[in-house]
Design a protein around this ligand. Sequence first.
Ligand code: ZN
Length: 189
Amino acid sequence: MDMQDTVARLKQGIDTMADEVKLQDLILRSLRDLRAEFRQSSDRFCPNLIAELQRTARLAEAVHEFRDAVDDAADARTRDEAMDVAWQLESLRARLWPPMLARRLDKELRELAERAASLPEALTLKRGAIRRRIVMELESAAAPCTKCGKCVVLRETAEGAFWGCSAFPRCFSSRRLKRDEWKSLESAH
Ligand SMILES: [Zn+2]
């Protein structure tokens, strides 16, 4: 393809493409072709064009980072992670200069903000993990079922926690937690 056509198509793509995957693909392909052309006849490239292509190469890097951030946004499991990604996206704003991409960025930030509102805070997840670990420790230390000898498991109901037989429903045996077991469990809150 002719160099002028390649440049024209590249410019048009930057002005009109809203799909960052397709745009990144177009930029990378165009730059590769133009570099090959440059090696053949560099005199056809005026300084303005070279500067513009360098700017476009930087745009391709920003688009790459944007795609990574969009993936991270989808993977965010806590509000804190979502906020980190939001900062990452916001920091790309100046470098994603084509208007279509700026709108894509806004859309992504809006969706992330909506999703973040329903995500748990990292501390909540951490507390859950600590509690699960304490429960496991208590269960492995608890004496077995007095009726059938199977190990016991912590059952939690609205009325509170108790030790139930792991053979339930074959064995209905249950017992209350000891004072120190209660204390360990309470410490997880
Ligand atoms: Zn039992």
